[in-house]
Design a protein around this ligand. Sequence first.
Ligand code: PXL
Length: 288
Amino acid sequence: MNSEQTATSDKSAPAIVLSIAGSDCSGGAGIQADLKTFAYFQTYGLTAVTSVVAEAPGSVVSVQAVSPEILEAQLSILNDSFQIQAIKTGMLANAGLCKIVANFLEDLASTETVAPIIIDPVLISSSGKALIDPEALNLYRQRLLPLATLATPNLDEAATLLDLPPITSHEEMDQAARKFTGKYQCMTLLKGGHLEGSDATDILWDGTSIHDFSSARIRNKNPHGTGCTYSAAIAALLAHEYPLLEAIAAAKEYISTAIEQSTILSDPSTGIDTLNHFPVGQNPDATI
Ligand code: PXL
């Protein structure tokens, strides 16, 4: 949308954030998680749906990607109609859809649009199911990640995208975050949630300095959708023009509280919690 248009010139209008991601019918991950998080942070959420996933926490039963044409049409009408202030990508499903997203982001980069782009390189579900096809990995490497303001890989995704063996320590995380930025020319928030230890620490390498974001590890909680929710919170806070370090710190606090307040709402035998996207005790008015 052209900046002369007035839709968001009203100061009381909420910031607008776009999620390009898959639908998780169980509501913990994907566009559903993103929209809840955008609402929590008082932003107006838009979605361009890439795929529909039939799943419940702990089991993905079926995935159907949308056609490239309908993804392109969603992106085009949203961009023509709204002044988007931040974008996040999640599950992109296959190489054809990655190409549409790369074309869209490249077009934006060639205009005066300066919306930050957060790429969460979703490769497999928390239950271990591949959420993209192998050809799509090359598109992440060659076209998508170099367009990101910030990439938010977890340890497995970073190791895959860097062709490294498993990352198993804080020192290896530090090196991997630097390598990721060197290779893909984007800032890197490497999420260390799967590492052993009493803290869950994520490492940001912004190209010049390294920053740690730690929270106490929440034991016996294993919710689905934490990665989607975390990157959506960062996108929402960047849309509110938070500086990057403050956006990540506030998003980390939010996701930690959402994990702490998660409960098992679906099949108890899975032992997998559902996130509380609207945690109490964290007043959004106080964070925005
Ligand atoms: O958590 C990764 C993820 C992202 N997006 C969608 C998903 C999942 C996990 O299952 O379904 C749509």
